[in-house]
Design a binder for this molecule. Structure first.
Ligand SMILES: N[C@@H](CCC(=O)N[C@@H](CS)C(=O)NCC(=O)O)C(=O)O
Length: 210
């Protein structure tokens, strides 16, 4: 059994969607980051970086933090969503790193300045809006003529990128401008595992549809 420490945010949803896709049994432990539960000592023992998501694998007693590392761990454990073929595997790694080092952090900053604190810094709003558009442009080009981000099949790269795109309204992206991203986003939104994983830990959350 995997214990998943999470909240209803893009990084948290990466892992609940992954667990649903690979059908590994898991138990959800909600960590309400709006109440500061990520700073409690019990959670610090699991993630010294005080952020969700984190997991404990009851089979081994090991705990892991950082969504990219957790996706890799679960792919290896389940034998799914990370191809064996070296070329394909490194395509997945490349787009996974693009997500964890670029798309996620930049869109996260866009949310802070554009969605949660508009009017605080004109410079930051412009900077992160421009960067969000640039990143959508990169993803749109990558998805042209392709069904999935990294290879011909669904992989952990899609699972990493999609939950951040699902917050397109927070970073004020008009999805109509990125038709390949839009087609991919809507297609994955129909998958039962994406729908179930999106509703963790709050069953009332609905996927935004442009
Ligand atoms: N690099 C980390 C980022 C995790 C992260 O930023 N989590 C956010 C929610 S999406 C969080 O826990 N925020 C609480 C805080 O910053 O105090 C990962 O990919 O797991």
């Amino acid at each position: 059994m995997i214990k998943l420490y999470t909240w209803g945010t893009p990084n948290g949803r990466k892992i609940s969607i992954m667990l649903e896709e690979v059908a590994l049994p898991y138990k959800v432990v909600p960590i309400d980051i709006s109440k500061g539960e990520q700073f409690e000592p019990g959670f610090l023992a699991i993630n010294p970086n005080n952020k969700i998501p984190a997991i404990i694998d009851d089979e081994t007693g090991q705990s892991f933090f950082e969504s990219g590392a957790i996706l890799l761990y679960l792919a290896e454990k389940s034998g799914q969503l990370l191809p064996d073929d070296a070329n394909d595997k490194w395509q997945v790694m490349q787009w996974l790193m693009w997500q964890v080092a670029g798309q996620g952090p930049m869109l996260g900053q866009a949310h802070h300045y554009i969605h949660f604190n508009p009017g605080k810094s004109e410079y930051a709003e412009k900077r992160y809006l421009l960067e969000a558009k640039r990143l959508y442009g990169v993803l749109d080009k990558q998805l042209e003529g392709k069904r999935f981000v990294a290879t011909d099949e669904l992989t952990i790269a899609d699972i990493a990128v999609w939950p951040w795109v699902s917050r397109y309204q927070f970073h004020k992206i008009d999805m109509a401008e990125f038709s390949h991203v839009l087609e991919w986003y809507l297609r994955l939104a129909k998958r039962p595992a994406f729908q179930a994983g999106y509703r963790i830990p709050d069953a009332n959350q609905e996927i935004a549809i442009p």
